[in-house]
Design a protein around this ligand. Structure first.
Ligand SMILES: [Zn+2]
Length: 118
């Protein structure tokens, strides 16, 4: 483990825990609401969207925690280079460096291109 990982991993673990706590709280509130006998059990579309977002976010957070534990956190899942620190700070759960992310965001055009025939 290098100095960067030694210093950054505890910080990111802490941030991830905080985010997890927030998302857990949102899910818990919605769950309480669903169990309630005094208010209608049907979620509004807003509540449902919030629930979905939190569930997805939580999944990303768990994945990030797993990557911290196995030592792959902060490394791009594609090219294995270190992900830019600014990028990680902006989005804790990112799995790709900005170059690879651009590649992922782009629609695949090569598949529709006609193949060369010799
Ligand atoms: Zn990459």
């Amino acid at each position: 483990m290098n100095l960067y990982e030694e210093q950054m991993a505890p910080l990111f673990t802490k941030l991830l825990r905080q985010r997890e706590f927030v998302q857990h709280e949102i899910l818990r509130q919605i769950n309480e609401r669903l169990k309630s006998k005094t208010v209608p059990r049907i979620l509004s579309s807003q509540e449902f969207e919030r629930f979905e977002r939190s569930a997805l976010e939580l999944k990303d957070l768990w994945n990030a925690r797993r990557r911290i534990n196995d030592g792959s956190y902060g490394r791009c899942a594609d090219c294995k280079d270190a992900i830019e620190l600014r990028r990680l700070q902006a989005r804790l759960t990112t799995e790709y460096c900005s170059a690879c992310q651009d590649h992922h965001d782009q629609p695949t055009q090569t598949e529709t291109a006609p193949a060369h025939s010799a």
